[in-house]
Design a protein around this ligand. Structure first.
Ligand SMILES: [Zn+2]
Length: 125
């Protein structure tokens, strides 16, 4: 998975954590915070999930869940195997020397993700 630019709308995870902790202070229990959020977002939120998010131990990664909490979303790049159906359009698609179309994750990328697979940056430690 490759992170791209955060969407223009949406809050950061830190902002969500602050809000959850503020709710905990005013409501007094994670159960009540979970109930409030379930009501607000229209999806059942478990108190364990809510409290783990507030503690910064769990940040939702799935697009759908991030949308539920109003978190800014990041994109994922999926290589498409095989032919792209006629009429498919992609902004900024480029063509590799192998003939495969791809959407660049970097201005200097000149090859598709098959010829030049994306490498995760190693973390320290
Ligand atoms: Zn290629």
């Amino acid at each position: 998975m490759t992170k791209v630019e955060p969407g223009p709308s949406g809050r950061s995870f830190q902002e969500l954590r602050l809000e959850l902790n503020r709710d905990y202070c005013s409501l007094g229990s994670w159960k009540k915070v979970a109930e409030k959020w379930s009501y607000d977002v229209g999806v059942v939120c478990h108190k364990a999930t809510i409290s783990r998010m507030a503690a910064g131990k769990y940040e939702p990664k799935r697009y759908e869940i991030r949308c539920v909490f109003g978190l800014h979303t990041s994109g994922t790049i999926k290589p498409i195997a095989g032919a792209i159906p006629d009429g498919t359009q992609a902004l900024f698609a480029q063509q590799c020397e192998c003939g495969q179309y791809y959407i660049s994750n970097h201005p200097l990328r000149r090859k598709c993700f098959v010829c030049s697979p994306y490498r995760k940056r190693k973390r320290n430690g």
